[in-house]
Design a protein around this ligand. Structure first.
Ligand code: FCB
Length: 465
């Protein structure tokens, strides 16, 4: 087993001990995360309309094994049992997303009462169990009806999203602690519209940049609208961010790393916090730069109550594109992603240094590994170590002064991992898809024991400056 990060006693994991030798602040929020399309199933039930992921899954070859989210974890019918699992784990918060096409099947106009009722029951179920609700409005599953009118490339979708956000806040804003507008705009823009790997499968850099602009704009306009209607939930956005490191010390790789950082990190952070796009990326985009209307940049830059960060790995830049994870010398998850916890500390400190960040929450972090269910147990030492070492990395950032407010494991359940289908398992709870039986993996048992130590911890990490 690899040595623990920063000597935080991780070698003891797997031998029974469950503590990290430090305690987080008592108000630090520990949670688990999921998203609607990945767990709910019930795709055709109770008036839900199709989303772009329903459509994308129908394309031959788009998804491993031809899988789709039609049934997934059947969470739509098993939500109460799944909430009970969270109580068993001892988490304080649940990050979930709303399927827009379940509550507003055409993405505009009529609301679907049965869909709204589902989320209301679930949120009330969370509160009844003493859990906080963290609601994401857009975790990628745009109503197909809006895609048929151009989707996120069209400015009209911005206004449809603001209406949807207002409708959800009017119904649930008095009960959800946090509302996130978008999950990972970079993924929707780049993988959805530039490389075509994700729904809706378009391949145009210009379209992708317009999509990114519309997502940021709709975020800002939604925050304005929700605040205007008196919404009391904490409001924020979730970005997928990584430190970008050059593959070698050549000047060309350094320049590539700077550009990649511009496209992944600064393209989103700069407008949110400084009200402008990074000039070096605009110059590089040339004619592919988005059309920006007067006032857009001001609209996008709204005060954030929190910033959500999804972190899985670092990004490595090489000018000739030749770098491969095999060269990194780091262990890899089943996704082929490098396991690099110290990158999370680096990233959080950099954000706190370069931007006037609000409290930051790691809204997703976790790993896919080749699990074996044997005798009712899953001995997922790799995942346990992954989670523990990344929690330690958050602790280190906190100790060095980053304003960290929470951490959420991706994911509560094994689920539909987009183009990887059900083959890749991220859950700390195993799902047997034939029976829908849930089994706590060792990582869940570890997280539960760790959270217990936090509740009982005498001293908190001192925040640095
Ligand atoms: C993130 C997504 C989440 C999940 C994890 C593994 O990019 O937000 O839905 O797929 O990756």
């Amino acid at each position: 087993m690899r040595a623990g990060f920063h000597g935080l006693g991780l070698r003891r994991i797997g031998t029974g001990a469950a503590t990290l030798p430090q305690a987080f602040p008592p108000d630090f929020v520990w949670g688990v995360a999921t998203s609607a399309y990945q767990i709910e199933g019930a795709a055709d039930q109770d008036g839900r309309g199709p989303s772009i992921w329903d459509r994308f899954c129908q394309q031959p070859g788009a998804i491993a094994d031809g899988d789709d989210g039609r049934v997934a974890c059947d969470h739509y019918h098993r939500w109460a049992q799944d909430l009970d699992l969270m109580v068993d784990l001892g988490v304080a918060a649940y990050r979930f997303s709303v399927s827009w096409s379940r509550v507003q099947p055409a993405g505009a106009g009529a609301w679907n009462a049965a869909g709204m009722d589902f989320y209301e029951r679930m949120v009330d179920g969370l509160l009844a169990r003493g859990l906080k609700a963290a609601m994401t409005l857009n975790h990628w599953d745009l109503p197909q009806a809006l895609q048929d009118r151009g989707g996120w490339t069209e400015r009209d979708t911005v206004h449809r999203f603001v209406d949807y956000a207002q409708g959800m806040a009017a119904r649930l804003g008095d009960r959800v602690a946090w509302i996130t507008t978008h999950n990972e705009p970079w993924v929707m823009a780049t993988l959805g519209h530039e490389t075509g790997h994700f729904a809706p499968g378009q391949r145009s850099r210009a379209a992708a940049m317009q999509v990114a602009h519309h997502l940021l704009l709709s975020h800002g306009l939604a925050l304005q609208a929700l605040r205007a209607q008196g919404c009391r939930s904490a409001l924020g956005i979730v970005l997928n961010l990584s430190p970008v490191e050059p593959a070698t010390d050549s000047a060309a790789d350094a320049a590539q790393a700077r550009l990649d950082d511009g496209r992944l990190v600064r393209w989103y952070m700069d407008p949110l916090f400084s009200g402008c796009y990074p000039q070096d990326v605009l110059d590089w985009l040339g004619a592919d730069a988005p059309h920006v209307a007067a006032d857009d940049m001001d609209s996008m830059r709204q005060p954030l109550d929190f910033l959500g960060i999804n972190y899985y790995s670092r990004s490595v830049a090489s000018a000739d594109g030749s770098w491969n994870v095999a060269q990194g010398g780091l262990p890899l998850s089943a996704m082929g992603w490098e396991i690099y916890p110290q990158g999370l500390t680096t990233l959080l400190l950099r954000l706190a240094r370069d931007y006037a960040v609000p409290p930051m929450v790691v809204t997703e972090n976790g790993g896919a590994f080749p699990d074996q269910l044997q005798g009712g147990r899953v001995h997922d030492v790799d995942r346990t170590q992954y989670i523990a070492s990344h929690i330690a990395a958050v602790g280190e950032a906190l100790r060095l002064g980053a304003p960290m407010a929470g951490y959420m494991v991706w994911s509560l359940l094994d689920n539909f991992e987009w183009t990887s289908g059900y083959a890749k398992r991220f859950g700390i709870v195993h799902v047997d898809y034939a029976t829908q039986q849930r089994t706590l993996k060792d990582s869940a048992l570890w997280y539960r024991a760790f959270l217990k130590t936090q509740r009982e911890a005498p001293a908190a990490i001192a925040r640095g400056n």
